[in-house]
Ligand binder design. Sequence first.
Ligand code: PGA
Length: 250
Amino acid sequence: MRRKLAAGNWKMNGLRRDLTEIDALLALHPAPQVDLLLCLPSVLLLEGAARAEGHALTIGAQDCHHRPAGAHTGDISASMVADTGASAVILGHSERRDEHEESSEIVRKKARRAMEAGLTAVICLGESLDEREALNTLDIIDGQLSASVPDNATGLNLVIAYEPIWAIGTGLTPTLEQIGEVHDFIRTRLERRFGPGVGQAVRILYGGSVKPENCAEIFQVSNVDGALVGGASLKADDFSLIINALEASV
Ligand code: PGA
């Protein structure tokens, strides 16, 4: 059985002093029944990973470069991320695809590097509102999934996050039927490409305005193995309620 995963994404939020939220989270969840991941801004990775060391909380980054090293001013490599003590990285978030014009081909190269560096790649997929209204959601997800996931993916080094762009930070969420349809579709595609073993092992998270108030019903949907949480992961108290709900769904 897949172990559930509660993943937080601080995005471009938080200073060193906010890392006390990690201590608070660890105090609230000393022995969680689900996997916990917190993806921090790169400058907080080292200190965040040090605080989480020895606890059941994994620290992750929010992006890495697709090349191993070299003249790429301002970027960080997958092995640099791993060197901080982090063990995962979000890739292909819609904010990166949009603000940094990242294609699925680039995301796939980044994911391959991340996996080679021993990181788990949390690859994000999602349709825009226009695409959903034009009934193109599954085509968009299909295209992003096949182009963004590298061939060396396994059940351990790959997590998929379905994040409808129109649901991120807006307070809007798809219906439970819409979430289930996309998650079932992603599962089927993963099984077809990687075989039933790997296809069944990859966790598929839902992301986009997940909050303490709406998470319990989302966690009941088939093939929802957890959540990727933005705003509600910034405060340990909020994130903790989501973790409690995920534990209750197991
Ligand atoms: P949100 O962000 O929870 O603030 O909507 C989710 C995400 O972008 O991962």
